[in-house]
Design a protein around this ligand. Structure first.
Ligand code: AMP
Length: 417
């Protein structure tokens, strides 16, 4: 099946062609036809599988067909996203795909002034992409009317539940018509997600589409190497220096660790930047743009800040700290190998993190390839470092920080990053 064969507006086909997409991805193939028919759909697909276009393409087509006059009739489609980054990125997919149509899209999120957002809304927006907080502010002020919503999308529904947005979602239902099409996109499926989905649709006929069976896409080569906590920075340094031209995304457990890795890399003259929740929205966007453009080659991120973001051409994902759940593993390695590109991911697993590896493998239902590092190679990597060990002050400070932020043991209070 090719995109040309779909019965969708010519303007959308032109944009798809411009983007260079030839064939639909698996989840697009499975979701576009039922969405075009107006069905409620629960699609299980990770970021990186082309899931945004899987709902954006049919939604733009449906709205283009329904609005022949081009008059401003208020918001017709609401896409809820758990994070700013995902919302902005989704907006950009809608804008690109809708470029040659009359359908307009706009994103609202907190952390910026609301007046300009209200002005744009007043001019008329067909598709609104929003994070829950700012959307409710505007609805309660009467600045946003959702009575004309025909299609509701909950993107990363699992992540929405994890972040405690369930109450917000239920409140939202009071503001939008019951008679609508509802679409759920989620990276994982469990009873909670199914319950949420069935509670939000009028009839029980939800079409469930799952892609792919293996939660890690086939085009991603992923492996694990056993490296002790204190040695990880030397292995990261070596990996970055060996792959100087490649774009590398490094995941750490906490924002404190993100800053520590940054400092450690700077000591050996490697330029890296971080994204995490302690950085201002503006700084985060600037860093993301630098990374997207390739001016910045190495980005260190926490799970929450990086969920859902689409960065084309990430060559390598490094799990500097093992993720705490298999969902996070799938989300992290899914940052590489986007669409049909190839990608590589490596996890640095220390002795104290082995239980996490075991849990991840159990949940994936398969073992992850192990990279054997011989004692000689391990030693050479430690010796290879460009680090000057005479900088005692910063090393002492770092050691203090490590002690303060020892990894949580299984079952103990796991803090949000
Ligand atoms: P998503 O899962 O929506 O975050 O998309 C991941 C990446 O796949 C994005 O960079 C898209 O531009 C790309 N993509 C989406 N659909 C296709 C397709 N049919 N062919 C090739 N790449 C695609």
């Amino acid at each position: 099946m090719k995109f040309e064969d779909y019965r969708i507006a010519q303007g959308i086909k032109t944009s798809i062609e411009k983007l260079g997409y030839k064939k639909p991805t698996d989840i697009q193939y499975k979701s576009i036809p039922p969405i075009l028919k107006g069905e409620d759909v629960l699609a299980i697909a990770q970021t990186g599988t082309g899931k945004t276009a899987a709902f954006a393409i049919p939604i733009i087509h449906l709205l283009q067909e329904r609005n022949k006059t081009g008059r401003n009739e208020g918001v017709k489609c609401l896409v809820m996203a758990p994070t700013h980054e995902l919302a902005l990125q989704t907006e950009s997919v809608f804008k690109t795909l809708g470029e040659n149509t009359r359908v307009t899209s706009f994103c609202i999120h907190g952390g910026v002034e609301q007046e300009p957002q209200i002005e744009t809304l007043n001019k008329g927006v067909d598709i609104l992409i929003a994070t829950p907080g700012r959307m409710f502010d505007l609805v309660s002020q009467g600045a946003l009317n959702l009575k004309g919503v025909q299609i509701l999308v909950l993107d990363e529904a699992d992540h929405m539940l994890d972040r405690g947005f369930i109450g917000d979602i239920r409140d939202l239902m009071k503001h939008i018509p019951r008679n609508r099409q509802t679409l759920f996109f989620s990276a994982t499926i469990n009873n909670k997600i199914k319950k949420l989905a069935y509670s939000l649709v009028i009839n029980d006929a939800i079409r469930i589409q799952i892609s792919p069976k293996d939660p890690v896409a086939k085009n991603i080569e992923h492996a694990v190497a056993f490296i002790e906590m204190d040695d990880k920075r030397f292995f990261l340094e070596s990996l970055i220096k060996d792959n100087a031209k490649q774009k590398i995304l490094v995941f750490v457990r906490t924002k404190v660790r993100a800053e520590r890795v940054k400092k450690a890399m700077e000591r050996v003259d490697i330029n890296v930047d971080t994204i995490h929740s302690d950085r201002l929205q503006e700084e985060r966007e600037k860093t993301m743009n630098n990374f997207r453009s390739g001016d910045l080659k190495v980005l260190v991120a926490t799970d929450v800040s990086a969920r859902g973001i689409d960065i084309p051409n990430v060559d390598y994902v490094v799990n500097y700290d093992m993720p705490e759940t298999s969902d996070n593993y799938v989300h992290r390695v899914g940052r590489t190998g986007r669409g049909r590109e190839k990608g590589q991911a490596i996890s640095f697993c220390s002795q104290e993190e082995k239980y996490l590896l075991k849990e991840i493998e159990e949940n994936l239902g398969k073992s992850i390839q192990k990279i054997e590092i011989s004692k000689g190679d391990y030693k050479t990597t430690l010796e290879f470092t460009g680090e000057k060990t005479d900088d005692w002050q910063s090393l002492m400070k770092e050691a203090e920080e490590v002690n303060k932020h020892k990894p949580h043991k299984k079952g103990k209070n796991r803090k949000r990053k």
